[in-house]
Structures are given as C-alpha cells and as structure tokens.
Design a protein around this ligand. Structure first.
Ligand code: SF4
Length: 409
C-alpha cells in the first residue's frame, strides 16, 4: 500500500539556499529557470524579475561559457540594486569547474551550484573536475545540487550495471537498470562530495527523467535511501496540455507521498509564450494538494442541463478573473486573503452545500427554479440576489468579506 503524507518529509536535512530553507518539513519551494542568454545581462535581469514577481522563490540560470560566467556578477548586482533578493543558482555542465576557477566573482554571485556528474568527464578526469567544483563550493560555503539526468547519465555506472544484469538468471528490464544507475550516480556523487568536505547539509539531489513511470520509482527509492532534500521535476515534460498533465501527475504522486522538498515544472513555452506558466503550475499543484496556498480558489460546478443560461459560466469566469486581478493588491493590504475560498454553483442540487463550505458562495438558479440566488457567507445564507446586477453585487460582497476578515492583519 502506498504511504501518503500531506506534509513535506520532516526527516530530511535542512539546506539553506540564500534565505530560503529547503527540506526538514519547510514549505515546498517553487523554482524556475531563465531561458535568456545569460551573457545578455539586461534580458536575464528582466526575466529573473518576471519569474520572481510571479512567485519563483529560487531562479536558476545557465552558466555555459565565458561570457555567461562573466555576466552573473553584474546580473546579481542589478537585481540587488532593485531589491530583488532572490537566490540564484548556476546551472553548470561540462566546464563548470573551469568557469568557477577562471571567474572568481561568479561564485560570489550564486547561492547554489548545480553539477551534473554525468557530463564532467570519465575516470580520473571526472574525479578531478568533480573535486575542483566541490572544493570551490565548500570554500565559499555554497549549496550544491547533484543534478543527475537520464539524458546524460554517467555511462560508466550504466555499463557496469548493464553488464552485471546481463549475467543474472532473471535480468531486470533496461529501465530498471537505468533507474538504479541514476540513483547510484546521485548517491555516490553525494557521498564523494561529502568525503571532499562538503557537509550533507549543503547538498540537494535531483534525478530527472522524462517519463512519470520512471520518475516515481526513482524518487521513491532515493527518498528511502537518504536524508538529503530532493528537487523534483519531470524533465522535458513537453508542450501545452501534454506538459501540464505529465508534470502535474508526476509531481502530485510524489508530493502526496511526502516526497520532494523543492519543485520545478519543465514546460516548453509556446513561441513568445509566458515563461511564468511553469511557476503557476507548481503553485497550483501545491495548492491542490493542500501543501501551500498562493491564491484564492473558486469552486465551480461544471454545469449541466440544469444551468439555464451562459450566465453561470460567465459569472464563474468573471469571479476567477476578478480574484486574479485583486490578488497582488490583497497580498499587500490584506495578508491571508490568498486563503479565500469562493463558490459559484449552477443550481440548487449541489449549490447550497458547496456555497456553505466556502467563505463566500453563490448558488445560482437552475432551469425552472425561482430566479433568485442565495449568497452564503461563512456557511450562513445571508443575502438573496436577483436581477441583472448580480455579478457586480456578488463581487462587492467578496470585497467586503476580504476587507473585514483580513483587514486588520
Ligand atoms: S450543481 Fe446543479 S448545475 Fe451544477 S453540475 Fe450539479 S446539478 Fe448541474
């Protein structure tokens, strides 16, 4: 039977990335990553601000060449000048050890470094590059994410495991061998970093794959084997509806089991698409699971033959838009208003029940019902709306409720 838990794992180490605590039962942290050329300071600063404003609590940027490495200090400085104290993570592949050595200001500007143990060389070269990277992190008191990825898995580990598996009387599937190789790569790298003097409380692990059916068993097993906080993400989740569903399903299964301390949704944006969608998705997943709250919610029924007109749908949509519009102002003026629950229901069948369960709910008249709409406040039927001005009046009731409930916080 699957063990479920609606809190983050409490028995993990606490890791502090900048001012953001990760693991040890702290709220699950939402991360994102820029897709600008890091060497383009202006565009990167602009996008980090956009992501931070949308609720990203940590932002990662690629550090893939000399120009990028040379730009990070300026990016961090400009962000600080504009009061954006968001932790930055450098995403390193192939040459991170060299860039960190060649650009001393780079490490000063980062809160966390991501290393991929699968693409920093083989054998002695791997060990030399890895230890150079870890020593720099240690000397500068930085966090390291050991970020293993199926697409760049350490081939030495995989080949050894494939070889051993082929000699078994009942060999495992190639996916099972790959899973155990991913886990070995992550855990042995964490042990190696630890042996080089980087404390376990400075390490985070991720094991990214692109299929839910692989991601879930990998993270279940790695979570069983270590106390290091885990960064979850389904890598290359895809575009549009497919990306949303794949990401939501995979994150939800693990988070529901209490696995995962920080998350990212790796969505491929549409051309000129909105990069902040990945943050909204993470927030929505955490909110749906009851792990965190970010914005007011609207309970609305799907409608059916009992909903007499499009008015019900229009009202649900207007209320949703109104709440989204007001949220930034409410967050500032009425802290706690993100807890607000509103119900917009289509008829008397489930309308009164769902409306009573919300802070403020309206049960609209269905076909053949008296054309009045009872409004419930904190479970009590308080007002009866009718006529053409119902939407505006309901919005006014919501605003008054928020002011009264969260105005004195
Ligand atoms: S609440 Fe009423 S209108 Fe809405 S789906 Fe249920 S029966 Fe249909």
């Amino acid at each position: 039977m699957v063990k479920t838990s609606l809190t983050a794992r409490e028995n993990t180490n606490e890791v502090l990335v900048g001012h953001v605590p990760i693991g040890a039962g702290n709220p699950i942290v939402v991360q994102s990553m820029t897709d600008t050329d890091t060497a383009n300071v202006q565009d990167t600063v602009k996008q980090v601000k956009l992501l931070a404003d949308a609720g990203s609590e940590i932002v990662r940027l690629t550090v893939n060449n000399n120009q990028a490495a040379d730009s990070v200090y300026e990016i961090k400085s400009r962000l600080q000048d504009d009061d954006y104290d968001i932790p930055l993570v450098g995403d390193f592949h192939f040459i991170g050890h060299r860039l960190l050595q060649d650009y001393p200001l780079l490490i000063k500007s980062l809160d966390k470094l991501r290393i991929n143990p699968g693409n920093i060389g083989k054998g002695l070269k791997h060990d030399k590059n890895f230890s150079t990277f870890i020593k720099i992190a240690k000397e500068n008191d930085k966090i390291v994410r050991i970020g293993v990825n199926a697409g760049s898995l350490d081939q030495d580990i995989l080949m050894k495991r494939m070889d051993t598996n082929s000699r078994l009387s009942m060999p495992l599937s190639s996916e099972e061998v790959e899973n155990s190789s991913l886990i070995e790569s992550a855990l042995s790298s964490a042990d190696y970093a630890n042996s080089l003097g980087l404390p376990e409380t400075k390490i985070i692990i991720s094991c990214k794959v692109s299929r839910l059916t692989q991601m879930v068993p990998v993270y279940r097993e790695i979570s069983r084997q270590c106390k290091i906080p885990l960064h979850l993400g389904l890598t290359e989740a895809g575009m549009g509806q497919q990306g949303l569903v794949n990401t939501t399903a995979s994150l939800s299964i693990l988070l529901y089991e209490g696995i995962g301390d920080t998350i990212r949704a790796s969505l491929t944006p549409d051309i000129n698409g909105d990069r902040t969608k990945e943050i909204k998705l993470c927030q929505d997943v955490l909110q749906a699971l009851g792990l965190r709250r970010f914005s007011p919610s609207v309970t609305a029924c799907p409608g059916c033959g009992r909903t007499s007109s499009t008015f019900f749908r229009e009202l649900a949509s207007d209320i949703q838009s109104f709440l989204e519009l007001k949220l930034p102002e409410w967050k500032n003026d009425y802290p706690g208003a993100e807890e607000l629950k509103v119900a917009v229901m289509g008829c008397v069948v489930n309308g009164p029940g769902e409306s009573k369960a919300a802070h403020v709910g309206i049960s609209l008249p269905g076909s053949g019902e008296i054309p009045t709409a009872p409004v419930f406040i904190d479970g009590k039927k308080e007002i009866l709306l009718k006529g053409t001005n119902m939407a505006a009046e309901f919005i006014e009731i919501i605003e008054k409720y928020v002011t009264n409930k969260w105005g004195n916080n």
